[in-house]
Design a protein around this ligand. Structure first.
Ligand SMILES: Cc1cc2nc3c(=O)[nH]c(=O)nc-3n(C[C@H](O)[C@H](O)[C@H](O)COP(=O)(O)O)c2cc1C
Length: 353
């Protein structure tokens, strides 16, 4: 057993948040070192509206690298893009521990972290220290819990990260900051996107080609989906949606002892719901916005399900907890194998089937 395998096994017996901290430290010190090669060119994707070019469609979702500490290493593990954050303007401790739970029997996670992060100053310093052309690195911004003007936090975040990332995500869908998801309501969303749009246009004069995505919850009914789609489509500067964040639902099927914990549920039990909501958005929006699918992805089959529902690219996080950081590479190998078998020439060929 290699040192790397040993570390991966050790992580599974630690409490969830200690395991995560250990993983970040191991990555920073170089203990966990990947050996993956260049991507098969058929895995490359160019998103339609934003023109964002990805070497492969498998992204690391926000929340793993909240403080922009290990995005270089995670790109080296084979992710096509890595999203750092959520970052807030001021540093924030988040909720009291324990606040992260592994639901082993359900291949799921519940978290109520509450945007614990080092703040935008440190985050931007780390992002800007990375070599240019390293890979696609997104910056996910949010609002401080005690902020008097949350929209002002998003505007400040967008402006601060803009020159230092490949794309920006506006996260209005964490269930762990009370009231935050209210920003998805029609009136609030119009105001948010109006003010962020002004900031984006201003920043675009100096630094071009920074796609902006809005990340939404899966807990939306038909009317909410129609409203969000309409408001989003009215913003010419907005590139797309990331669908979805964690859910506050607790499916009947959950069997783990932690199933009653408060917070957002992610991993396998989120796959079906988040894919259905992605499909509902795609029914309204088509390819007029770039849709990125997240929620419960653990295999190439899950990726294909998201692509068929309308995603142009995907992100995952929770499955890493159970399968380790080589998962992105395994999924890519399986996708290439499926393309060979089905005679497909590009990732987008999966979408039409
Ligand atoms: C521990 C944990 C922390 C997360 N933190 C964030 C966050 O800070 N910002 C965010 O936009 N999403 C966050 N997420 C949500 C993920 O980015 C993703 O949207 C969600 O977990 C669904 O994907 P998955 O089932 O592959 O994990 C977090 C998820 C987990 C499990």
């Amino acid at each position: 057993m290699s040192l790397f395998d040993l570390a991966t096994s050790a992580v599974r017996i630690l409490p969830a948040e200690s395991a995560h901290r250990f993983t970040i430290k191991a990555l920073r010190t170089g203990l966990a070192r990947p050996t993956v090669g260049l991507d098969d060119p058929r895995l490359g994707v160019t998103l339609k509206k934003s023109g964002l070019r990805l070497p492969n469609p498998i992204g690391l979702a926000a929340g793993f690298d909240k403080n922009a500490e290990v995005f270089t290493q995670m790109l080296a593990f084979g992710f096509g893009f890595v999203e750092c954050g959520t970052v807030t303007p001021r540093p924030q401790a988040g909720n009291p521990r324990p606040r992260l739970f592994r639901l082993n029997e359900d291949s799921a996670v519940i978290n109520r972290m509450g945007f614990n992060n080092d703040g935008i100053g440190v985050y931007v310093r780390r992002l800007s220290a990375a070599p240019r052309l390293l890979g696609v690195v997104g910056a996910n911004v949010g609002a401080n819990k005690d902020s008097e003007d949350r929209i002002a936090d998003y505007v400040a975040g967008v402006k601060a990260v803009w020159p230092h990332c490949s794309y920006v995500t506006i996260n209005v869908s964490s269930p762990n900051t009370p009231g935050l998801r209210g920003l998805q309501d029609r009136g609030a969303l119009e105001e948010l996107l109006g003010r962020v749009g002004d900031a984006a246009r201003e920043m675009d004069k100096a630094v071009k080609d920074r796609p902006v995505f809005l990340k939404v919850a899966p807990d939306l009914d038909e009317n909410a989906i129609a409203d969000i789609a309409e408001v989003a489509l009215a913003q010419d500067w907005l590139s797309g949606l990331i669908i979805s964040n964690t859910t506050v639902d607790r499916p009947e099927t959950l069997g783990s002892k932690h199933k009653g914990e408060t917070g957002g549920l992610s991993g396998a039990p989120l796959l079906e719901k988040s894919t259905r909501v992605l499909g509902a958005f795609h029914d309204v929006i088509g390819d007029r916005l770039d849709l990125i699918g997240a929620g419960g992805i653990a295999s190439a089959e899950d990726v294909v399900a998201k692509l068929r529902a309308g995603a142009q690219a995907v992100q995952l996080y929770s499955a890493l907890v159970f399968h380790g950081p080589m998962l992105a590479q395994r999924i890519k190998d399986d996708l290439v194998h499926m393309m060979d078998e089905q005679g497909l020439n590009s990732i987008s060929d999966f979408r039409g089937r």
